[in-house]
Design a protein around this ligand. Structure first.
Ligand SMILES: [Zn+2]
Length: 431
């Protein structure tokens, strides 16, 4: 059993002027403490919160006797975290200045500084006593609460001065029970597709991450050039135009939809997800044709690393086990004969040099991931949905393996799980 945590952001209703002023004062004192502490910590090379607290508690208490004492604790935690990350950057020689700047401040709260007032409001301890703050809760929040998440005692509060609201970041936690896997689902990620092998069928979910990244890259570049010339490099108009592209949000939406399908498919069957273990370098040198480092990095993040990380996160949340296998040669060797595959120039279809059978590159990759997972983990010995690993060509000889089922983005984007493939008539795409 493990525990997963998430952050939900909730806004308060607009506060009365008087109450909001108290929070402005509170933020000022808190910021002041954090600034002092960070400076002290960085100078003294102290990254430990407990040491920082031991050294500075008395001094800060006497400086702000009117504040509830636990603000000193949380300011020490906050400052400790800031100092730690700054010292790390400095050690690598990447720090731009001698001391870190405390720019954005959220007030950290612990269990002594806030409490739930039923589920629609919270109370926060301040130098002027407890203040009740109404929350504007959204559907998302209720879904978590009804789904068995508990609200934990850590919280952070930010001030939205324009609308006189508090922005409250709540941490919610839940225990998840992992199941005993009954099978495996292999997932191979590349820049245009995610291939999924489940119950003997390979599905190619079209993502076009590469086109998306490239498209945004050129659009960004155009905006930067045009607005940069007209209004200046750091102009607000330019920033607004870039923000309007909504690049990150659109990429993330697509990614989460895809990941939901995969994780849900695994969970419904109680399978383990098999992924390649990605190294630090771009997967299998697949996008090395990109001359532009930045672009290569972005495609890599959008497709390989981003999708893998999202799968890991979602799987953890749902108690779906994940195993990793060595990605070496996954699409280069025939899953049946273990011999080399030959791909014609740029083709995704390859021929086995021993048996002469034709494989789609992503299908081979998926089967090899599955085989590697089976070999490396004989202990729990899950069944693997009709695939014979003894080398008999019968199940692999079917056309299903050789022709993966291609699923265009416009179709899967509306699905919840791969079981939709049974309900929809799919064209077999030859790719
Ligand atoms: Zn073969």
């Amino acid at each position: 059993m493990s525990e997963v945590a998430r952050t939900v952001v909730v806004k308060s209703a607009p506060l009365p002027r008087k109450a909001f002023r108290v929070f402005v004062e509170l933020e000022g004192m808190y910021r002041n403490m954090v600034e002092q502490l960070v400076l002290y910590a960085v100078r003294g090379n102290i990254a430990s919160f407990t040491r920082l607290r031991a050294l500075k508690y008395r001094e800060l208490r006497s400086l702000y006797p009117q504040l509830p004492s636990h603000y000193v604790y949380t300011a020490c935690q906050d400052a400790g975290a800031r100092a730690k990350s700054f010292l790390r950057i400095k050690r690598r020689g990447l720090a731009e200045r001698e001391h870190p700047e405390v720019k954005n401040v959220s007030i950290w709260l612990d269990d002594h500084l806030w409490k739930l007032d039923w589920l629609t409001a919270i109370q926060i301890a301040t130098h002027k006593g407890w203040i009740r703050v109404e929350l504007e809760l959204h559907k998302h929040f209720w879904r978590y609460v009804n789904g068995g998440w508990r609200i934990s005692s850590e919280a952070k509060v930010k001030l939205d001065k324009k609308s006189r609201r508090l922005v409250v970041c709540l941490t919610i936690k839940r225990h998840v029970e992992a199941y005993k896997p009954r099978g495996l689902i292999a997932v191979d990620v590349n820049e245009d597709h995610v291939a999924v092998l489940v119950d003997g069928g390979v599905y190619l979910l079209e993502t076009r991450f590469r086109d998306i990244v490239l498209g945004y890259y050129y659009r960004r570049k155009r905006i930067q050039e045009k607005y940069g010339k007209l209004y200046g490099v750091h102009s607000r108009i330019k920033k607004r135009a870039l923000r309007k592209l909504n690049e990150r949000k659109k990429k993330n939406d697509l990614r989460w939809k895809l990941v939901n399908i995969i994780v849900r498919t695994a969970k419904e069957r109680q399978y383990t997800i098999v992924l390649e273990r990605l190294g630090k370098n771009p997967a299998r040198g697949m996008i090395n044709y990109m001359k532009n480092d930045q672009l290569r990095h972005r495609i890599y993040q959008a497709s390989f690393k981003g999708v893998q990380r999202a799968i890991e996160e979602k799987a953890r949340e749902h108690g779906v086990p994940v195993v990793y296998v060595d990605p070496k040669n996954t699409s280069r060797l025939c899953s049946l004969h273990g011999t080399r595959m030959v791909y014609d120039n740029g083709s995704r279809l390859g021929r086995c040099t021993a048996g002469g059978e034709v494989w789609h590159r992503d299908a081979v990759a998926c089967y090899n991931l599955l085989l590697k997972a089976l070999r490396s983990d004989g202990s729990s010995a899950p069944s693997y949905g009709g695939l014979s690993v003894d080398g008999s060509p019968v199940p692999l000889g079917s056309t299903a393996t050789h022709d993966p089922t291609g699923i265009p983005k416009s179709l899967w984007i509306r699905w919840k799980s791969l079981d939709a493939t049974n309900k929809n008539k799919l064209m077999r795409m030859s790719i």
